[in-house]
Design a protein around this ligand. Structure first.
Ligand SMILES: [Fe+2]
Length: 167
């Protein structure tokens, strides 16, 4: 990895995010089918649509920069998804499994929020307003996805499911 300028670092970080997003496009359908609660499944399906849009926005930025997404693998996202897949394959109580899916998904969202916060700032520093606007839109959607997961986790959905089974 050659990091001679902020622009080099910007491109490197964008490539990392591109790998993360494309891995997530593969993983989210599995998370959606593993979810028992309708609202959780819908949240994963909705975020899958958004995630495809995140991939498109990154492609647009690579084009604007006259470069390509490259072929690097985001090892951190690979690890987070592996942990998610352990939950997908897990046996047991449906509501507990939903809680575990939310826990895995929020780790993913927080990772992305950190990544997009960084590249948005770099785009600003580099006076790349168009890229910054695109990254801002994605950052907003990652934030909303995270908030929705919190709402589902704390809004009584899990508690209701768990208490139902405890009877
Ligand atoms: Fe995303």
């Amino acid at each position: 990895m050659q990091l001679n300028s902020l622009n080099d670092l910007f491109v490197e970080q964008l490539r990392d995010l591109y790998s993360a997003e494309t891995q997530l496009v593969e993983a989210l359908p599995k998370m959606a089918s593993a979810a028992s609660h309708d609202e959780l499944r819908q949240a994963f399906e909705h975020h899958l649509d958004e995630t495809r849009g995140h991939v498109d926005r990154l492609r647009e930025i690579f084009e604007q920069l006259g470069t390509t997404p490259g072929s690097e693998t985001c090892e951190a996202m690979k690890g987070l998804i592996e942990e998610g897949e352990e939950v997908v394959k897990a046996q047991g109580d449906a509501a507990v499994k939903d809680a575990a899916l939310i826990a895995a998904a929020q780790r993913v969202e927080h990772y992305e929020i950190a990544g997009y916060g960084t590249v948005r700032t770099f785009a600003d520093d580099l006076d790349l307003g168009d890229a910054r606007d695109l990254l801002d839109q994605t950052l907003d959607e990652e934030g909303s996805a995270d908030k929705l997961l919190t709402k589902l986790a704390t809004g009584g959905m899990l508690k209701a499911g768990l208490n139902e089974r405890a009877k």
